[in-house]
Structures are given as structure tokens and as C-alpha cells.
Ligand binder design. Structure first.
Ligand SMILES: O=C(O)CCC(=O)C(=O)O
Ligand SMILES: [Fe+2]
Length: 367
């Protein structure tokens, strides 16, 4: 894909109306300089790297220290880059190219063709598991500069064929293939963590339902009008509600940042690698030993960014039990999140389920 393809919107009619802004003109040298400085923004990249074969999918002796490395990273970071994961590079690049093509369709077309079980949304990443966007209150309203397609993996066969948009049909086939790979990765990453944490085998089996996860493809539109006074975020700081989230970003447009020791660190986009982050369910399952990591996505003045995220949750009805938390199911957690988002404008999250409730403190801090 030509580098120029990513630069500036030629087709702003594909943007949801709130994202249509005056675009800057081509060929301005001062601007190109700025563009370059955006490109080298991730010089401090130091996200830990794990090798799937060596560090995750390994059944060696117990004194092997690769499990220890994974354990340390899950405690200190809650996020790592996965290499040697076995997802074919062509699958990754085709998936991204097709997502890009679909997002380039006119806004109205996207609204028309994404019918259930697919859903198309923009402006808010807070969705129910079925993909219904939730409205947010107050200043948080529409704070995210992103559009997305929500794809529940268990319902792929129900996606109606599109005679006029064959790309959507082939995208579905690629997603199916990709979903299988990511299910495989999620299962072995989770099992590695469960072993490190000495979790009860039968209980931990229902803590992950890799085949009913969902995939979201995102496009972060170009955002040229923002400032310190009027900030805009592709996605504001949050933790994921999942057990695990696995992110793929093939274009060389950065933007993802992760909170580490109170500093925001930019995650370099490196093709053929996957970014794995631990979510709230994993933090609860591990009794707060592992971290549901805070992350966010910056907007970009010059380039669109496409990312494809897989989210995996516990089996339906599975009760999460750990010392620090009252027993709860993911459905109860999600219901509480939806309630808080509607009533308060933000997610309180795990604090709602702690034995000594720290929810009041969390709410005061956020307000
Ligand atoms: O697009 C990304 O890089 C991250 C998306 C994300 O954090 C999310 O969907 O929860
Ligand atoms: Fe996230």
C-alpha cells in the first residue's frame, strides 16, 4: 500500500458527519515537517515482547523460566507485544486492506449495509456485547474520534450476503479465519497465565470463552481541529472489560498509548506483531495480581488509522470468584458498566465489585 494512501482524506463523505472538518492542503513543506515529527513520535517505545512459541505455547519443565517472564510482564505491564504468533502476514494485511475499503464507503452506505449481527457505530466505543452503542452523559458525550464495526464471532454465519458490496462478503471470510487464530492464541495465553497463577483447572476453563468473543474494526478519522483547550481523543483513557484483548495494527500509523508508572508510553505500530492487553476480568480472576492496563488512542492530524481488536470474555454465566471481589458474572459486570455510563458518564468498573467498596472514592476522583 502506498504511503500516500494514508495521508489526508480524499473522501470525507465516508466520514460520519461530526468528523468532517476542513482538511489541510497538500504539498505544504512546513506541514510535511510536522507530519514527519508525528511519524517519529514513538521513540520511547519499550513495550515488552513475548514469543508465542518460546514463551506461551510451551510445555516444558516447571523450572523453565519462560513462565516467569510472562508472569512478570502481566504483573508489571498488563500488556505485551506478541511475535511468532502464527497468524499469516497475508491474512493480516488483507484484513486491514479490506477494512480500509469498507470504511471508505459513503457514510450512508455503511449505515445501510451493517445490519445485525453486524453493527456500525461512531463517536463512542462504549458498546454492549451485542454491539449496541450506549449514549454517554455530559462532557464525555461523543468524545471518541473513531468509527467502528462490531462483529460477534458466534454469529458470523448470520451475516447476510451483500450482492452490491462483495468486499463485505470477503471481509466476513477473513474475519472467520482470523477469529480462529485469535481464539487459539487467547486460549494458550490464558492457560499460560492460569498455570502461573495456580488457578483451579475446572474453574478457569469457564473463565474464557474464546469462540464467543467479538472483533471490532476501527477507523480513526483524521482530526485537524484540536488543541490543549479542546482536546480530542481517538479513544480516551480506559481499561477493557474483557479477559484479554488482542490488537492488530498493520498500517504504520501510531496512536495507541499505554499507562506505565504514571507515564503515557506510545506503542510503536510494527506489522505482523499483535498487542495483547489484559482486561478487567483477568485482573479480577487473578485477584489483582495481574493488571487491567489503562490505555488510550491519540488522534492524528494527517493520517487515518485502522486497527482490528479481538475481545474475549468468560463463558456466559461463569461466576468469577477471587478473594478481593464479591462473586460476579461478566453479564452482571457489563450491566453495571452500562448503568454507570448512562447515569454518571463513565465506567466505574471493578471497584463496584470489591469487597470493601471503593466505588464512592472512584466516583469522587473521576468527577
Ligand atoms: O485501536 C486501538 O489501538 C485500541 C482500541 C481499544 O483500546 C479498544 O477498543 O478498547
Ligand atoms: Fe481498549
Amino acid at each position: 500500500m502506498a504511503e500516500e494512501d494514508n495521508i489526508r482524506v480524499s473522501n470525507s463523505s465516508s466520514y460520519p458527519p461530526p468528523f468532517r472538518q476542513q482538511q489541510t492542503e497538500d504539498g505544504d513543506s512546513a506541514e510535511s515537517e510536522q507530519l514527519n515529527s508525528e511519524v517519529v513520535d514513538w521513540e520511547y517505545n519499550s513495550v515488552p515482547v513475548l514469543d508465542y512459541d518460546k514463551d506461551i505455547n510451551y510445555y516444558g519443565t516447571d523450572d523453565d523460566d519462560s513462565g516467569f517472564v510472562v508472569d512478570e510482564i502481566c504483573r508489571d505491564w498488563g500488556l505485551f507485544r506478541l511475535v511468532n504468533h502464527g497468524v499469516p502476514p497475508t491474512l493480516l494485511s488483507q484484513l486491514h486492506d479490506q477494512a480500509k475499503q469498507i470504511f471508505s464507503l459513503p457514510f450512508e452506505t455503511k449505515q445501510d449495509i451493517m445490519t445485525t449481527p453486524l453493527s456500525y457505530f461512531w463517536g463512542t466505543p462504549v458498546l454492549s456485547p451485542s454491539g449496541v452503542a450506549l449514549s454517554m452523559k455530559g462532557s464525555h458525550q461523543n468524545s471518541s474520534w473513531v468509527e467502528g464495526i462490531n462483529i460477534p464471532l458466534s454469529q458470523l454465519s448470520k451475516i447476510p450476503p451483500q450482492d452490491h458490496h462483495p468486499t463485505l462478503n470477503s471481509f466476513r471470510v477473513l474475519i472467520e479465519e482470523y477469529g480462529k487464530h485469535l481464539g487459539r492464541l487467547a486460549r494458550s495465553i490464558f492457560e499460560r497465565m492460569a498455570k502461573n497463577l495456580n488457578l483451579d483447572k475446572t474453574e478457569s476453563e469457564s473463565d474464557l470463552s474464546e469462540l464467543t468473543g467479538f472483533i471490532r474494526a476501527y477507523r480513526y478519522p483524521i482530526c485537524s481541529e484540536f488543541s490543549k483547550e479542546h482536546p480530542a481523543w481517538g479513544m480516551d483513557s480506559h481499561t477493557d472489560s474483557s479477559v484479554l484483548s488482542i490488537l492488530s495494527c498493520e498500517d504504520q500509523v501510531g496512536g495507541l498509548q499505554v499507562l506505565k508508572n504514571d507515564n503515557w508510553l506510545t506503542v510503536e505500530p510494527i506489522s505482523n506483531t499483535l498487542i495483547v492487553n489484559l482486561g478487567d476480568m483477568m485482573q479480577a480472576i487473578s485477584n489483582d495480581e495481574y493488571k487491567s492496563v489503562k490505555h488510550r488512542v491519540k488522534v492524528n492530524r494527517y493520517k487515518e488509522r485502522i486497527s482490528i481488536c479481538y475481545f474475549v470474555f468468560p463463558k456466559e454465566g461463569s461466576v468469577i470468584r477471587s478473594i478481593n471481589y464479591k462473586p460476579f458474572t461478566y453479564t452482571e459486570f457489563q450491566k453495571q458498566v452500562q448503568q454507570d455510563v448512562k447515569a454518571l458518564g463513565f465506567k466505574v468498573g471493578l471497584d463496584r465489585f470489591k469487597h470493601t467498596t471503593t466505588a464512592a472514592a472512584a466516583i469522587t476522583e473521576a468527577c
